[in-house]
Write a protein that binds this ligand. Structure first.
Ligand SMILES: NC(=O)c1ccc[n+]([C@@H]2O[C@H](COP(=O)([O-])OP(=O)(O)OC[C@H]3O[C@@H](n4cnc5c(N)ncnc54)[C@H](OP(=O)(O)O)[C@@H]3O)[C@@H](O)[C@H]2O)c1
Length: 270
C-alpha cells in the first residue's frame, strides 16, 4: 500500500498483543518506516522494542490513523486518552470484537471517521480474512486506507453495513476455533479406531490444512471437491452419510453453533 500520508502524519497503534503485533510486522515488511509508528502498550514485548517504532512516547496531535487493537474489556480504560484525536482529521480503525461503532462515536464524536474490522487468528501467519465496515464519516479513501492496513495480515472483504458484523464474527472471526475443534475431534476419532495419538493428530492437522488450502486454490467448488473424493458405496460415502444427516449432521450442528455465536455477539453489542 501507499504509506505516504501515514509516513508524514504518523500512525498510533493502541495495544500491541497478538493482533497488533501481526499487523505491525506486516506493515514494516511492506515498507512502512518504523519512525512513523507510535505504539501504546503497558507491557511492550522484546520484539516490539526491537522494531524501532516509538513505544509509549509522545503522540502526534493528529495522526493519519489510530488503530485500536486492545481487548474490548480494556476499551473504556484505553480509549479516552485518544479522545482529543476524534473529530475528523484522524481515521480510527478498530479490530476489537463486539464493540459497536456507536460506542466509539459516543467517545470520539460522530464526525470521526471510524472503520470497524473483524479479523481472525490466521492473521498471525498472514492468512487471515478481515471484514470491514465504516461509519457515515468514513470516506472511500478512509476505507481504502483501512483495507490497505489490514491486508498486511491476509484478505479483506467489505460489508454492506455493521448489521452483518455479528454473522461475520460467527463465521470467520470465531471460525478458526471450530476448525481447531474439528482437528481435535478427528484425531480423537482416529485414536478410537486404534491409531497412536501423535499419528492421529498429525493426520488430522495435515488433512484439515491441506483440504482447506485445496478448497481455497481449486477452480472446483467445495461441493465438487467433495463429490470427486466420494465413490458410491465407498468409505467416504459411509462417513458422509453420518455427517450429512439432516438432523444430526454438520449442517444442523454448524447452523446452531453459528447462530449461538451471532446471538452472543448481538447480546454483547448491546
Ligand atoms: N486474536 C484474534 O484472532 C482476534 C480476532 C478478531 C478480533 N480480535 C480483536 O483484537 C483485539 C486484540 O486481540 P489480541 O488477541 O491481540 O489481544 P492481546 O494479545 O491481549 O492484545 C491486547 C494488547 O493490548 C494491551 N493493552 C491492555 N490495556 C491497554 C491499554 N490501556 N492501552 C494500551 N494497550 C493496552 C495488552 O497489554 P497486556 O497484555 O500487558 O495487558 C496487549 O498487549 C481484541 O479487541 C480482539 O477482540 C482479535
Amino acid at each position: 500500500m501507499d504509506f505516504s500520508t501515514i509516513s508524514t502524519r504518523g500512525l498510533v497503534l493502541l495495544g500491541c498483543g497478538k493482533m497488533g503485533s501481526a499487523m505491525l510486522a506486516g506493515w514494516l515488511r511492506g515498507g512502512l518506516a518504523p519512525g512513523a509508528v507510535h505504539v501504546i502498550d503497558p507491557h511492550p514485548s522484546d520484539w516490539l522494542q526491537s522494531t524501532g517504532v516509538a513505544v509509549n512516547g509522545q503522540l502526534p496531535e493528529a495522526p493519519a490513523v489510530v488503530l485500536i487493537a486492545v481487548k474490548p474489556q480494556m476499551m473504556a480504560a484505553a480509549l479516552p486518552q485518544l479522545q482529543a484525536m476524534g473529530g475528523g482529521k484522524t481515521l480510527f480503525v478498530t479490530v476489537a470484537a463486539g464493540t459497536t461503532i456507536a460506542t466509539y462515536e459516543a467517545i470520539l464524536g460522530a464526525a470521526t471517521p471510524i472503520v470497524r474490522a473483524m479479523p481472525n487468528t490466521p492473521a498471525a501467519i498472514g492468512r487471515g480474512i478481515t471484514a470491514i465496515t465504516g461509519n457515515g464519516a468514513a470516506s472511500a479513501d478512509d476505507l481504502a486506507t483501512a483495507e490497505g492496513l489490514l491486508s498486511a495480515v491476509g484478505q479483506v472483504v467489505r460489508l454492506d453495513g455493521e448489521h452483518q458484523m455479528d454473522a461475520v464474527t460467527a463465521v470467520s472471526g470465531s471460525g478458526p476455533a471450530y476448525v481447531f475443534h474439528l482437528i481435535e475431534a478427528l484425531a480423537a476419532a482416529g485414536e478410537a479406531e486404534g491409531l497412536p495419538a501423535d499419528l492421529a493428530m498429525k493426520l488430522a492437522k495435515a488433512t484439515v490444512g491441506g483440504a482447506g488450502q485445496l478448497a481455497e486454490d481449486a477452480a472446483d467448488s467445495p461441493v465438487q471437491l467433495r463429490i470427486n473424493v466420494t465413490s458410491p458405496g465407498g468409505t467416504t460415502a459411509a462417513a458422509l452419510a453420518v455427517l450429512m444427516d439432516e438432523e444430526t449432521g454438520f449442517p444442523a450442528l454448524l447452523k446452531r453453533a453459528v447462530k449461538a455465536a451471532a446471538d452472543r455477539g448481538r447480546e454483547l453489542g448491546k
